[in-house]
Design a protein around this ligand. Structure first.
Ligand code: SF4
Length: 368
């Protein structure tokens, strides 16, 4: 055990020199449909009828974890990563690595280089994949380059791609009312949910955690503006040592002052990226704030808005709170430890982040 649930990255010599999105073709289905993207054939090892036209990935692992029509992103050096998968538990595309926040627990620390081509890759990938299910749009900060994001939405519309989107944004761009209006117009009735993190009831804690003075104020304004324009909002809160005492107050503030909230997500910290560096300063084990979780989860009954727990192994929660936990860890970074094999809760449990493998802060706790 201790392997991710879905292997998503592959190397193959035949991919060297290919850059950007490509669509997977399974040999026996090669005649089915056409794609405007370059095609990559995936066949099991030892296949006798290997398509003559390269590129071909001959691999049992790649064959097992991919489906006809999945989208690979190629780096030109022979590496491919499946970014849109029909068998994944969720799909997300990265549109930029740039960000105007510098969160202490950022799992994917931002870069400053021009990466606007990622928007083009994301649009091509979404159009070719054409999912009817929600696909996540993530960064960096996807709304940092507002014009590019509007162009991205326009490209999808012109290609008749109606894929519903879950946009993970810090919400700061929405403090500009005129942008909110442009954004709303550019949606053209597309289903879109904004996942927006709020880490404090005031600027001191939030701004410290996101590493940017003034961020809280812009995020709050952005949340109010987005809500008032009817954009569905998922509020995200990560409990840390810095803000855990405010957890229920943050959720209450959001529920009482922001319109159009569709759900609240309480998210367990991931030990990845900059969070590793700040782990001791920030991480607090769930058993130390059970009372606060109880108090926060009770709010959903008063406000009739669902509050869910993300990224919590079920054995890290007391029994009465497990009903609120989601199997939320993406399958390409989710693992179960050896102890999970005999666990009676495994089928309902999302397991651990692979980055937390064997870490002393996250042992399994035996469930009978
Ligand atoms: S032992 Fe493993 S499967 Fe069971 S609750 Fe804990 S993490 Fe989940």
């Amino acid at each position: 055990m201790s392997e991710v649930l879905r292997t998503d990255s592959f190397f193959n010599e035949s991919l060297v020199g290919l850059f950007g999105p490509a669509q997977i073709v399974k040999s026996h289905e090669a005649s089915a449909g056409k794609s405007f993207l370059p095609r990559v054939h995936v066949v099991p090892y030892g296949t006798t009828e290997i398509p003559k036209k390269a590129p071909v990935i001959e691999s049992n692992t790649a064959d097992r974890y991919t489906a006809h029509g999945d989208i690979l992103l190629l780096d030109g050096k022979g590496n491919g990563r499946v970014i849109l998968s029909q068998t994944a538990n969720s799909n997300t595309v990265l549109v930029t690595e740039q960000c105007d926040n510098l969160c202490k627990f950022c799992s994917q620390p931002p870069k400053t280089r021009d990466d606007s081509i990622l928007f083009a890759f994301a649009a091509q990938a979404l159009i070719a994949f054409n999912s009817q299910d929600f696909v996540g749009i993530t960064g960096g900060e996807p709304l940092l380059n507002r014009a590019l994001f509007l162009q991205f939405l326009d490209t999808l519309k012109r290609a008749d791609c109606h894929t519903p989107l879950h946009l993970l944004t810090n919400g700061r761009a929405f403090h500009d009312l005129s942008f909110v209006k442009e954004f709303k117009d550019a949606l053209h009735n597309r289903d879109l949910i904004c996942g927006i993190p709020l880490y404090g009831t005031n600027s001191a804690i939030h701004d410290d955690l996101v590493g940017e003075p003034g961020a809280w104020s812009e995020t709050i304004d952005g949340l109010i503006n987005a809500g008032n324009h009817g954009l569905p909002i998922e509020i995200r809160v990560i409990p840390t040592k810095r803000n855990v005492e405010q957890l229920s107050s943050i959720v209450k503030l959001a529920l009482e002052s922001i319109s159009s909230i569709s759900s609240i997500s309480i998210m367990n910290l991931e030990q990845e990226g900059w969070a590793k560096r700040h782990w001791d300063e920030l991480y607090i084990p769930p058993y130390q704030y059970v009372k606060m979780l109880e108090q926060t989860l009770k709010l959903q009954h008063r406000y009739k808005i669902p509050i869910r727990l993300f990224n919590y192994p079920l054995c890290h929660l007391p029994q009465h709170l497990r009903q609120y936990a989601c199997k939320s860890i993406s399958d390409w970074k989710a693992i179960y430890e050896e102890e999970c094999l005999s666990c009676s809760l495994k089928s309902d449990c999302g397991g651990f982040f692979v980055s937390q493998k064997h870490k002393w802060t996250n042992p399994t706790m035996r469930i009978i």
